[in-house]
Ligand binder design. Structure first.
Ligand code: KG4
Ligand code: ZN
Length: 331
């Protein structure tokens, strides 16, 4: 089956086409330049830009896949979580496309898209742990069976990607900050500054990154001449340490060996190396699928083909992963 997936949950217009685990096309129109001057995503601008480019992104995806629209077997789209105006564009576009083609429409939870992209490289069977670290979320789940997520813990405040973006801003870097900070950190000494490891010594599986961001801010005020690359590397090391500490304790406590890491922060190369070095059996998405894209939504849709089309599904800006399963089961 050839499935077309659309993601417009934030500031990227992504349309991908997959057949099984094969990615036939994956086009992402980035809005980075549009939001750069504001230092963050402006929701209204994001929705308008999705509308402006979505037709062209669809054309480009079909061209890349060498397919006609009539050869698509199902259309999937993210229905949440995300910016409501932005979600509505992709969701309604997908429904209209599926309806006009007479093909099924499949609703997908954005985070299930990220998870599906991390399952590509190897055959992974439940139970496994799933760490989601993106711009909007940082949570650890245990997956006991396909589609059954139990949250072990989440961030009390900022998401890991959000912390990368905010600290990048403190360091005078561009937007989005994660990749820029990671590049700068590569030239720095990650033991130059002893920043506090969040929630050190906790017994639970929670995260917290806003205190770390504040610690960087205080450091920069006290030492305005601190080498930026050293600050970036020290900050990045502590974020990674925190993600690994929580994940490895959960793996031991639940006796689950495999961990799937998903979300934009999974693009971080130092994070990938550190998980391997910690002896965790960790799986990551291919780099091209780490940040938001449409192919991951089409990949996740394959697990939901039997659910049927829910044409009345509305955009849901707030949508915890476990709650989405309860609501889709009852709708
Ligand atoms: O999953 P994603 O594309 O969008 C959300 O659903 O949030 O994640 C975007 C986040 C941003 O905060 C971005 O700065 C971060 O992922 N990110 C990174 C890297 N690439 C993207 N953070 C650290 N290192 C990277 N290489
Ligand atoms: Zn995402």
């Amino acid at each position: 089956m050839k499935i077309l997936g659309i993601d417009t949950s934030c500031d990227d217009t992504g349309i991908g086409i997959v057949e099984g685990s094969k990615i036939l096309a994956n086009i992402v129109a980035s809005q980075t330049a549009i939001h750069a001057d504001w230092g963050g995503v402006v929701p209204e601008k994001a929705s308008r830009e999705h509308l402006n480019v979505i037709d062209q992104v669809l054309e480009a995806a079909l061209t890349e896949a060498r397919l006609e629209l009539s050869q698509i077997d199902a259309v999937a789209a993210t229905y949440g979580p995300g910016l409501v105006g932005a979600l509505l564009v992709g969701l309604n576009y997908a429904k209209a496309l599926a309806w006009s083609l007479g093909k099924p429409f499949i609703e997908v939870h954005h985070l299930e898209g990220h998870i599906a992209s991390s399952l590509l490289a190897a055959e992974i069977k439940p139970p496994f742990l799933c760490l989601i670290a993106s711009g909007g979320h940082t949570s650890l789940f245990v997956v006991n069976a396909w589609g059954k997520y139990q949250e072990l813990g989440k961030t009390r405040d900022d998401a890991a990607g959000e912390a990368f973006d905010k600290v990048a801003r403190l360091l005078g870097l561009g937007f989005p900050g994660g990749p820029e900070l990671a590049n700068l950190a590569a030239a720095g000494d990650d033991s130059a500054f002893a920043l506090p490891v969040p929630l050190k010594g906790q017994k639970g599986f929670e995260f917290s990154f806003s205190g770390l961001k504040t610690a960087v801010s205080v450091l920069l005020q006290k030492q305005p001449d601190a080498k930026r690359a050293d600050v970036a590397a020290s900050f990045q090391r502590v974020v990674i340490e925190s993600l690994i500490d929580v994940s490895s304790r959960a793996a031991r406590a639940l006796e689950v060996e495999t961990i799937v890491v998903a979300g934009g922060v999974a693009a971080n190369k130092s994070l990938r190396q550190a998980f391997k070095k910690a002896g965790l059996n960790a799986h990551f998405p291919p780099f091209a699928l780490a940040t938001d894209n449409g192919a991951m939504i089409a990949l996740a849709a394959q697990y939901k083909l039997t659910e049927g089309s829910n044409w009345l599904r509305d955009a849901q800006p707030y949508l915890p992963l476990d709650a989405s399963l309860r609501s889709s089961a009852s709708s």
